[in-house]
Design a protein around this ligand. Structure first.
Ligand code: NDP
Length: 314
């Protein structure tokens, strides 16, 4: 079993993790970064990122994360594959266990484990998982060329996924539970301007059905009112885009989390309830969840870790 010592362990590899690695490397902290389940994070499954400053023509999310990673490697960050399965914050150095059996002893830890897609909680979602149900249009949209699909949600993610799918599929329904889209005006305008997108407002999904693969969704419009109406749509694909939950399961009971599971940070810093443990990116951000914000907080976390080490003369 390998045991390694580091001044700074970074958990996670989205814009926050890689940015923290760039800053921590340049500050001579020789960080070790574990990439987690999805190297590069959620942006590797998006299409074009059009709002990250510095890319006037937009940039592919996967390519952008490769650039972040290469920049961290250029400053000799030790980037490794693996998932952190357990942490012990009771003493310094902190101890983290990796799924391959490696034990990391770290003077500081920066948690950037991000967030994962939410599901509605219908039993049928599991039944048709991989056979029509997906939470990633860019990963699975290819299988629905010329077919009919539905996207659930009315936020920016749902609009982005619907407009991406509209280029491949014959028809895209958006299933929106309110009578308006929560997405930014630019994204609303985009989906409203695409002919093969039909938005079903005030509508919820109550079931999915099919045989080997998904064939129909059972919907209810105006639930609980006099106008309540039940109907079905024929679909081949059902894409969830209803937000994300933070990846903090491995931290339960070890650090302060809010009621939704996000890591609580203090007074505009990246400090957590455990001195020497910092958090950055979507895992500590219930409000913004933007790549540029995550990158900025990764920078702050590396600076906070550097100052912590200097103040504690490690
Ligand atoms: P949001 O939380 O913004 O939107 C979630 C959507 O899903 C809302 O319409 C919500 O409905 C709906 N929803 C939630 N739970 C359910 C449910 N159980 N049943 C039906 N519908 C449900 O999440 P996003 O992932 O869209 O966006 C997260 C953040 O990332 C936002 O800040 C967004 O701006 C940002 N983002 C930005 C992008 C960009 O700028 N290009 C791209 C993607 C995301 P309701 O409104 O009724 O609550």
């Amino acid at each position: 079993m390998e045991s390694i010592n580091t001044k700074c362990l970074i958990i996670g590899s989205g814009p926050a993790g890689y940015t923290a690695a760039i800053y921590a490397s340049r500050a001579n902290l020789s960080p070790v970064l574990y990439e987690g389940l999805q190297p590069g994070g959620q942006l590797t499954t998006t299409t074009d990122v059009e709002n990250f400053p510095g890319y006037p023509e937009g940039v592919n999310g996967f390519d952008m994360m490769e650039d972040f990673r290469n920049q961290a490697l250029r400053f000799n960050a030790d980037i490794r594959s693996g998932i952190v399965t357990d942490v012990d914050f009771s003493n310094r150095p902190f101890v983290a266990k990796i799924d391959d059996g490696t034990v990391v002893n770290a003077e500081t830890i920066i948690i950037c484990s991000g967030a994962s897609a939410k599901y509605l909680g219908l039993a049928d979602e599991k039944t048709f998982s991989g056979r029509g149900v997906s939470a990633c249009a860019t990963c699975d949209g290819f299988f629905y060329r010329g077919k009919t699909v539905a996207v659930v949600g009315g936020g920016d993610t749902a609009c982005e996924e619907a407009s991406y799918l509209a280029n491949l599929a014959k028809k895209v329904y958006m299933i929106v539970r309110k009578d308006y889209l929560r997405a930014s005006k630019a994204m609303q305008n985009r989906v409203e301007g695409i002919d093969n997108i039909e938005i079903l407002y005030n509508t919820n999904t109550v079931g999915l059905s099919g045989e080997k693969t998904l064939k129909k969704a059972q919907l209810v419009r105006f639930a609980g009112t006099e106008s309540e109406e039940h109907f079905e749509i024929d679909i081949d694909g059902f894409f969830l885009a209803i937000g994300h939950h933070p990846n903090t399961e491995f931290l339960a009971g070890k650090i302060e989390l809010d009621d939704k599971g996000f890591i609580v940070t203090k007074n505009g810093t990246t400090s957590t309830s455990v001195e020497g443990v910092f958090a950055a990116g979507d895992v500590a951000d219930p409000n913004y969840q933007q790549a540029i914000v995550a990158a900025g907080s990764g920078c702050k976390a590396a600076l906070d870790a550097e100052r912590f080490i200097a103040n504690h003369r490690m």
